[in-house]
Design a protein around this ligand. Structure first.
Ligand code: NAP
Length: 464
């Protein structure tokens, strides 16, 4: 099977790669298992400088890494360069904090001494998406490697050059061969790898169907999984919000990464008193976005990553319209080479139509008018997903209700949902389970071992 790097801006095939053969996969799995046996013994003081070196490489070469991302998946170059910088941040964060997060925890019991020790598990398979082709991988790899695990990356098939560049970064940073390996394989090869005894656990960031498949295979093998899946995040705006800030942030939150982010705001739920004003300004700011070549500094929105995403988006917009929605702006693909779609605003979407709470992966926003906080929370929670959520209000009581009642892995008040190495990231409901980042992320792939040491008098026969 061929794995291709195709420029979504032009449709041009940049490079073809051959998928690994069964023998090559076997070699890499064995190398991972062999490396783990020695790498797990390395102290934090040895791992941390290597992780710091990875951060330096990312920062020094961020322009080059940015260009690889942009040419393979179409995000604006400035965002791709910022992504490389963010990866450097997560490497530094875990280089500095892993030892503290994984230090023994003393617990007072009836034992002479009892404590919790965190130990690495082994080779972990990471199945990753193309939308943040560096960030998704580094936020798994930095904690996993600092904890003493080794990583095997099965990246999305449309970003093979990113996958190879990441492997190269860890090698150049000084990690032993086998600590982090890229497997150029299609998704059909994942099952065999998950069934292999040398692979101890898996993490998947991607769509719900992919999550179901990987989790069920791993479940049969009784292997731990972390799932970071899709979202249909609500962005709620109440009467007391600062409307200027809310509108500008709303547009950014919907269109970041060309609209292809799991935590992009997808449903805008706006209080009736300010709705008309919000709608007018939101539409006008969506229309002002500059669409074009993602390599250009001034571009806000580039192409979608694949022709299939354009097709899916077009079909979702058509379904919304068929169920009664109106298109205020945009609504169709742009007639030019590459996978371009117009920034789109839909209103009057039927809240009972499936499309109203599906994940829409592109620059298409749905606006809902609500009468008060009860209706806002009800619509916000009316989705199978539960990844992020944002609520704009300056009323302290409303803020508390959103924090308490929104069914999501995060609530951002007067802000835009974003990941941060210092804060846990993940979802509830069909958005997955487990957490990445912060101390929670590094403890996902460790054996949380209870140690209990009792008092025992010396053996009499030895002392007499
Ligand atoms: P995807 O199609 O599910 O692919 C993700 C990864 O899973 C790819 O490596 C893909 O390989 C692999 N894959 C797909 N089907 C599989 C299967 N049946 N068995 C094993 N592996 C399989 O998702 P995507 O289109 O790349 O990414 C977009 C999705 O990711 C969205 O739903 C988005 O919300 C989600 N996402 C979630 C988060 C989060 O943190 N919660 C972050 C980013 C993205 P191939 O490319 O070879 O098919």
């Amino acid at each position: 099977m061929a794995i291709a790097s195709i420029n979504p801006s032009t449709g041009e095939t940049l490079k073809n790669f051959l998928a690994l053969t069964a023998a090559q996969i076997e070699e890499k799995l064995q190398l991972a298992a062999d490396t783990f046996r020695t790498y797990r013994q390395t102290p934090f003081a040895e791992r941390a400088p290597m992780m710091m070196r990875a951060a330096e490489i990312l920062e020094t070469e961020k322009q080059a890494f940015g260009r690889i991302m942009t040419t393979e998946m179409g995000k604006p170059l400035k965002a791709a360069v910022a992504e490389a910088e963010k990866c450097a941040w997560v490497c530094r964060y875990y280089a500095e904090n892993a030892e503290h997060h994984l230090a023994d925890q003393i617990v007072e019991t009836n034992a002479r001494k009892s404590y919790v020790r965190f130990q690495p598990l082994g080779p972990v398979l990471a199945v990753m998406p193309w939308n943040f082709p560096f960030w998704q991988v580094f936020r798994f790899a930095a904690p996993a490697l600092m904890a003493g695990n080794v990583g095997l990356l099965k990246h999305a098939s449309n970003v093979p050059q990113c996958a190879l560049a990441i492997e190269d970064i860890f090698a150049r940073a000084g990690f032993p061969a086998g600590a982090f390996q890229t497997l150029l394989i299609g998704s059909d090869a994942v099952e065999g790898i998950l069934n292999d005894d040398r692979v101890i656990a898996a993490t998947l960031t991607g769509s719900e169907p992919a999550g179901r498949s990987v989790a069920s295979i791993a479940g049969k093998q009784i292997k731990k999984t972390v799932l970071e899946l899709g979202g249909s995040d609500p962005f709620i705006v109440m009467r007391s919000a600062n409307l200027d800030e809310a509108v500008t942030t709303a547009v950014k939150a919907r269109t970041i990464n060309n609209g292809q982010s799991c935590i992009a705001a997808k449903r805008f739920i706006v209080a009736a008193e300010i709705y008309d004003d919000f709608e007018r300004r939101f539409v006008s700011e969506m229309q002002a976005l500059k669409i074009g070549d993602p390599m250009e500094e001034s571009t806000d929105i580039g192409p979608l990553a694949t022709p299939q995403i354009v097709k899916d988006l077009d079909e979702q917009v058509k379904r919304a319209v068929a169920s009664g929605a109106r298109v205020l702006t945009g609504g169709k693909r742009i007639d030019r080479p590459g996978n371009y779609f117009e920034p789109t605003v839909l209103v009057d979407v039927d809240v009972n139509a499936p499309v109203s709470c599906e994940e829409i992966f592109g620059p298409v926003a749905m606006l809902f008018r609500v009468d008060g906080i009860d209706e806002a929370i009800r619509i916000a929670n009316a989705t199978p997903f539960g990844l992020g959520s944002a609520a704009w209000t300056n009323d302290a009581r409303e803020q508390q209700r959103f924090i308490e009642e929104l069914e999501a892995g995060s609530v951002f008040i007067n802000g835009m949902v974003a990941s941060d190495p210092r804060l846990p990231f993940g979802g509830v409901k069909h958005s997955g389970y487990g957490r990445e980042l912060a101390e929670f992320g590094i403890r996902e792939f460790v054996n949380i071992k209870t140690v209990w040491i009792g008092e025992s008098s010396q053996n009499k026969s030895e002392t007499e």
